[in-house]
Design a protein around this ligand. Structure first.
Ligand SMILES: [Zn+2]
Length: 192
């Protein structure tokens, strides 16, 4: 209930009461949104060409990604943890945009607040799994998914911007690793 309430509150403040939320499973599927449907189950990403149709993404250490193809007007959101990164969700993102007729050279990407490479200590095997796909994600003691994603995305898209601090270090941000059960940051995108 609290989650539903908070979601509708933030959307009303945003000026769009209806939205689509992904039901993340740490997979690589991107759901095509034809109209706002509340929950879109079993996907970590959403894409639409529809105007006035809010796509959301959430994270608390995982990377919230927003992409917009500015010429063809395509919006995409994704939620990316180590598993999706290791399974090349960035390729699914490229394909989803191109399948809707978009051009990656006209696509701008934002990577929102996520845990940094200093704070995200993981074991060797996980570092290996992810850095095979995202070489620049490898940090001294773990993984920085945003740096890894920025590197591979930059090879195809127009621009990639990292927005926001490390979730673990910032007291103003939710961090799953720091807090255990926790809230989430939410990102929204809407085509006007
Ligand atoms: Zn950090």
């Amino acid at each position: 209930m609290a989650v539903a309430f908070n979601r509708s509150k933030v959307l009303n403040e945003f000026g769009y009461p209806d939205a689509t939320w992904p039901g993340p499973v740490h997979g690589t599927d991107i759901g095509l949104v034809e109209k706002s449907s509340g929950l879109f189950p079993d996907v970590d990403g959403l894409i639409t060409k529809r105007r006035e149709t809010v796509l959301t993404t959430m994270g608390a250490d995982c990377v919230p990604l927003i992409a917009v193809e500015v010429e063809k007007k395509i919006a995409l959101t994704a939620h990316i943890g180590w598993k999706g990164a290791a399974d090349s969700i960035h390729q699914s993102i490229f394909e989803a945009i191109e399948n809707l007729g978009g051009n990656l050279l006209h696509t701008q990407v934002l990577l929102g607040p996520a845990i940094c490479g200093k704070c995200y200590e993981v074991d060797e095997e996980r570092i290996l799994q992810v850095s095979k796909v995202l070489p620049a994600a490898k940090s001294e003691s773990g993984l920085d998914l945003r740096l890894g994603l920025k590197d591979v995305l930059n090879q195809k898209v127009k621009s990639v911007e990292i927005v926001g601090d490390c979730t673990y270090e910032s007291p103003n941000l939710f961090s799953h690793r720091r807090d255990g059960v926790t809230g989430r940051q939410a990102g929204f995108v809407v085509l006007l």
